[in-house]
Design a protein around this ligand. Structure first.
Ligand SMILES: NC(=O)c1ccc[n+]([C@@H]2O[C@H](COP(=O)([O-])OP(=O)(O)OC[C@H]3O[C@@H](n4cnc5c(N)ncnc54)[C@H](OP(=O)(O)O)[C@@H]3O)[C@@H](O)[C@H]2O)c1
Length: 222
């Protein structure tokens, strides 16, 4: 059984992914604060009341997630992502996969704006620079609405995955495919991760201005 961990798992996306991944994996929902992680796990137990959740979902500190898990998903806001990785850098076991779900989005007034670095580097690229080389970094899930996943509503969405190695893509794609209705699509190297990180602002603004609930990304082909 693969150990999957959520860094910042107490939030909306981390909790939603933890719920789905616990169907097949031992899942560690991480937080900076163990009591907060326990409380989030308790909420999922009581709201979902599933045997697999009770059996497979555990609370942990982010540092333990970084050390113990084979596949990690980073689900913290972009403003806190780089500092979080710097703080955890020494904790990684190595030979792991870290999926950054971080979207480059910031709220300004009543609009969502792309949060960009002057260097042009994506969050996933900057995250990679802050953790050991033996941790393979991918970007995925930026365009998947957490509330739809958590409510287990039917979803049909494409999930671009950016990462440097094909074998890492296959690993991430297999995890994405376990969530019914999500189709992983290979975007290319991690250098392209900014393309998908920027899409979230577009989806949120379109949703807000046009009263579309939880818009997502889908590539029809004709
Ligand atoms: N929500 C969505 O629908 C969605 C969809 C796609 C992608 N995303 C991306 O996924 C990430 C998480 O989104 P979210 O909506 O789940 O975020 P969120 O609920 O706002 O925050 C997630 C967690 O981040 C941790 N956190 C907050 N401030 C922090 C800090 N200063 N340092 C370290 N950790 C901190 C908190 O965990 P602890 O306090 O427990 O440590 C919090 O529960 C974001 O980058 C977002 O852009 C979200």
């Amino acid at each position: 059984m693969t150990r999957v961990g959520l860094i910042g798992g107490t939030g909306d996306l981390g909790s939603a992914l933890a719920l789905h991944f616990s169907k097949k994996h031992e899942v560690f929902l991480g937080s900076r604060n163990l009591d907060k992680a326990k409380s989030a796990v308790g909420d999922i137990y009581s709201e979902k009341n599933r045997d697999y959740v009770k059996q497979n979902l555990k609370a942990a500190e982010n540092a333990a997630v970084a050390k113990e898990c084979d596949i990690l998903v980073l689900t913290v806001p972009c403003e806190n992502a780089l500092e979080t990785m710097e703080n955890l850098s020494a904790k990684f076991r190595g030979d792991q996969v870290l999926i950054s779900a971080v979207a480059a989005v910031t709220k300004k007034g009543d609009e969502f704006r792309v949060n960009e670095d002057a260097s042009g580097s994506s969050f996933a690229q900057r995250i990679k620079q802050r953790i050991p080389d033996s941790v393979n970094v991918a970007a995925a899930f930026q365009t998947v609405p957490a509330n739809v996943l958590y409510r287990e509503k039917e979803i049909s969405a494409d999930v671009p995955v950016a990462t440097d190695k094909l074998e890492v893509y296959e690993n991430v794609a297999s995890l994405v495919s376990e969530i019914s209705g999500l189709r992983p699509l290979y975007l290319g190297s991690l250098d392209l991760s900014g393309e998908v990180e920027r899409l979230t602002a577009l989806l949120l603004n379109i949703g807000k201005r046009n009263d579309l609930k939880s818009p997502t990304l889908k590539f029809p082909s004709f």
